[in-house]
Ligand binder design. Sequence first.
Ligand code: NDP
Length: 312
Amino acid sequence: MSATILDGNKISAEIKTEVAAEVAELKATGLTPGLAVVLIGHNPASEIYVRNKVKACELTGIYSEQHTPPETVSTKDLLQLVESLNRRDDIDGILVQLPLPAQVDSKKVLLAVSPEKDVDGFHPMNVGYLSTVRPGLVPCTPAGCMEILRRSRIKIEGADAVVVGRSDIVGKPVAMLLTNANATVTICHSKTHNLKEVCSRADILVAAIGRAGMITPEYVKPGSTVIDVGINKITDRAEFEKYFAGDAKREAAFAKNGSTLVGDVHPKVVEVAGAFTPVPGGVGPLTIAMLMANTVKAAKLRRGNTVPTKVG
Ligand code: NDP
């Protein structure tokens, strides 16, 4: 039996359509949600991410603007920029694209973003709101994992969930969201004993590790749901063979591009899991969709509207 593929592209498109409808409703009342993206220097990956974010804003009707300080920017100048964005009424969301250059105090800059405009959901105030189940802004990738589960009608309440990874941006918030949704959650990390055994008890297994193909079928309970957050680029032929030998479609893409993406979950898990998110095309597309949803949520929350938005 082969697992159901949880199609992140389809779910992301659904969410963007819903967000666009919400933006249209807001615009009819004279309010256009606005997102400011701060991109420093010329990191090619960051430039692609930002381009995609701006495109998603255009698609959903959200106003967006980019700020591109030079690579040599100081912490002080960046703090000034963030403060000026904090003060502007037409900007609802501020996103400082990471990583920041070495001379910049990243923590200080992220802390300076007003919690009300913190569409990445990284500010300690929003972390606190999440852990105390208050309305706030939730990190985009973890929120996207939850949307995939909910919209695919995977039962969360009462499920045994295991999250591998405890980073502030993925592992911890996703574990908190699952807890808030009444799953029984175990968080694992590099010091966890008997990881395979712990994972193999999970009804819902979330992998946010950053290690290509680490979660092999032996880690997975038959019929369970596996959410693969990992994005790992492979360029080595031997490594490619390890994951994708015999996959004609991947073979063609690898030959053309000289690389392909693999998650933290081994593709063979498809033979054991009940449902899983592919890489690419699983969790990845949700991150930007949830950024759009967060910008609308921020616009509403900031104006005292604590009624939950339709998404996020
Ligand atoms: P981090 O490196 O910050 O965290 C990795 C976590 O995995 C750590 O908690 C670490 O444990 C744990 N870990 C590492 N090795 C092992 C191991 N052998 N066994 C058990 N646990 C281990 O990564 P992120 O959380 O930022 O990202 C995780 C993955 O998700 C990456 O592949 C990243 O590219 C991807 N990602 C994808 C996004 C998307 O849009 N789809 C967005 C963000 C990230 P410890 O704490 O003990 O060190």
